[in-house]
Design a protein around this ligand. Structure first.
Ligand SMILES: *Cc1c(COP(=O)(O)O)cnc(C)c1O
Length: 409
């Protein structure tokens, strides 16, 4: 099925790979082992001379169907799924970096990604955190040992939008691996391939599945990076087209050696959720826009961070890059209002840490997800103690607005 729209392609993804028995969904295969009538075929699969399944840690038919689906959404060359978004990010670093390498990351990162990068400094990888809303800051940080640049599309929780086009040009010029975490925008709002991304990360746990009922992550190789010159690839994986070398190593190291494997049951749940992605995300984006406009006008809200507001520093960039402005925002209340009291007064907004659920979720950022990094780093990231992150869901907008109105008092 070629040249069809985003939804048509996604809805018919499993079918176009002809699942067994004419099933419309790829069935859940739970077997971790696979039998071969001819032992020579088993050997050929192990040696990479034939495609096939050897052991569930490395490949599974249900997971493969999900990978194909993500790959179509991201218009990638190859996609590998992992047990979580963090497993996907960790596997990329673990596979591609060595002691003495340097990476440049946006200073405005998902808290656990920030923590993971700091952990890698203990293994001799240098990390520079820079303000990636301006590509000049990335440019100034490039060194002779720089291997990759990592940014998020819309940063959590202050919603900065990275200077992705210019960073893409810079990475091409310096032959750097360019990694874009597309979790907050989803492939429906934004295609990182259009800004030159080499690898695309998606946490499937968020908007992709959309139900908050299964964890997963993925890495998509867009085919734009030339792996033939990359120094840390093992000769074993340098067979066939060079376009596959990088993702093959990520798969071998991340799944086979590290074991960050997605379970087939989760793959099925995530695939089902993804079929309504465009409907859910569009509705959530519309709700977020209305709620952001409401909060910006409200006297008891000091500040609203949402890329869909003209007051946002990267509003024009977001309008150019994304089809909608996302469903993530943060607000700061006026001093007299305690953020915990406010959260407790909300009725249809749930106090919870997740995002990308169908329900609207809220969390006091400094006291929870960004607590561990300490006050100094929070201040440098523009996160005051009163900040509340809102992951807007698909409820009826009138109910959300009424709930905020009563809770703000
Ligand atoms: C949640 C999230 C991750 C990590 O994903 P998990 O599936 O929770 O491990 C990575 N990046 C971003 C932007 C996220 O929001």
């Amino acid at each position: 099925m070629t040249n069809k729209g985003f939804d048509t392609t996604n809805l018919h993804s499993d079918r176009s790979d002809h699942p067994e028995h004419g099933s419309l969904h790829k069935p859940i295969h739970t077997s971790i082992a696979f039998e071969y009538d001819d032992a020579r075929d088993l050997a050929a699969v192990f040696q990479g001379k034939k495609s096939g399944y050897n052991y569930g840690r490395q490949q599974n038919p249900t997971v493969n169907a999900l990978q194909n689906r993500i790959n179509r959404m991201e218009q990638g060359l190859t996609t590998v799924a992992f047990s979580t978004g963090m497993a996907a990010i960790g596997s990329v670093l673990f596979s591609l970096l060595r002691q003495g390498d340097h990476l440049i990351a946006s200073a405005f990162l998902f808290g656990n990604t920030n923590s993971l990068f700091n952990t890698f400094t203990n293994f001799g990888v240098e990390v520079s955190f820079v303000d990636a809303t301006d590509a000049d800051n990335v440019k100034a940080a490039v060194k002779s040992n720089t291997k990759l640049v990592f940014v998020e599309t819309i940063a959590n929780p202050v919603t900065q939008v990275a200077d992705m086009e210019r960073i893409g040009e810079l990475c091409t010029q310096h032959k750097l691996i360019y990694i874009v975490d597309n979790t907050i925008t989803t492939p429906w709002l934004f295609s990182p391939k259009t800004v030159g991304a080499s690898l695309i990360i998606n946490s499937l746990s968020k908007y992709f599945g959309g139900h908050g009922a299964a964890l997963g992550g993925s890495v998509t190789d867009t085919g734009l990076y030339d792996w033939s010159d990359y120094p840390h690839l093992y000769d074993n994986y340098k067979t066939g087209s060079a376009s596959q070398w990088g993702i093959t190593q990520i798969k071998k190291k991340g799944l086979r050696d590290f074991g960050a494997t997605l379970a087939p049951e989760a793959a099925h749940t995530l695939a089902l959720g993804s079929e309504t992605m465009s409907l859910r995300v569009e509705r959530a984006c519309r709700n977020a826009q209305a709620l952001a406009e409401f909060c910006e006008q409200h006297p008891r809200v000091r500040k609203v961070n949402y890329p869909g507001l003209p007051s946002h520093s990267q509003h024009d960039r977001a309008a150019k890059l994304f089809s909608h402005f996302g469903a993530l925002m943060s607000i700061e209340l006026v001093d007299e209002l305690d953020c915990f009291d406010f959260l407790n007064r909300l009725e249809c907004v749930v106090s919870s840490s997740n995002l990308g659920d169908t329900r609207t979720l809220a969390i006091p950022v400094a006291h929870t997800i960004f607590f561990e990094m300490g006050a100094a780093r929070r201040a440098s990231m523009g996160i005051p103690d009163s900040m509340i992150r809102l992951a807007v869901g698909i409820e009826d907008i009138d109910d959300l607005l009424a709930d905020f109105a009563q809770a703000l008092g």
